[in-house]
Design a protein around this ligand. Structure first.
Ligand SMILES: [Zn+2]
Length: 154
């Protein structure tokens, strides 16, 4: 489970509010084997670009979906590995929706029913009308074979 300091939470919230009404996204990085997040790394939401190029595959827009550029994501994972760190969580915002883990979010995190990154969790930030409502963490529970919610206390 993640330990996130107020300063990092503020950055995540700021990022989400500044991208409203589009969804924001990014990564939270920490030392291997530790729960604390030490770095916040915003990423570009490329969903609209992909939607313009392949509307059948990407039928929604950045208002209701996020997509981190595959190359950017690979680059961050490689850099983190070199620094003996790891990506603790991927975060994204929901605009004018609550901080639930949608079917689409599950599909991205566990496309074949198993999580692509078992130790990694997902943070969902709910922003209504440019105001933060709540932040929830979703982590994979091996026993339940599903993502389980934990609310982040601020
Ligand atoms: Zn979502």
């Amino acid at each position: 489970m993640l330990i996130i300091c107020q300063e990092t939470l503020d950055k995540i919230i700021q990022d989400a509010v500044s991208h409203y009404p589009d969804e924001s996204c990014g990564m939270l990085i920490g030392e291997k084997g530790q729960d604390s997040v030490v770095e916040f790394r915003p990423c570009r939401n490329v969903y609209d670009e992909m939607h313009a190029r392949h509307p059948e595959t990407y039928p929604r827009t950045a208002r209701t979906a996020y997509l981190i550029d595959a190359q950017e994501q690979q680059g961050i994972f490689a850099e983190v590995e070199r620094n003996h760190q790891e990506v603790k969580a991927i975060y994204h915002s929901h605009t004018d929706h609550d901080a639930y883990f949608s079917e689409e979010d599950k599909l991205v995190a566990a496309p074949w029913g198993e999580p692509s990154y078992p130790g990694m969790s997902y943070l969902v930030v709910s922003v209504w009308n440019r105001q933060l409502k709540e932040i929830n963490e979703f982590y994979w529970d091996q026993g339940q074979q599903d993502f389980v919610k934990r609310s982040i206390q601020m």
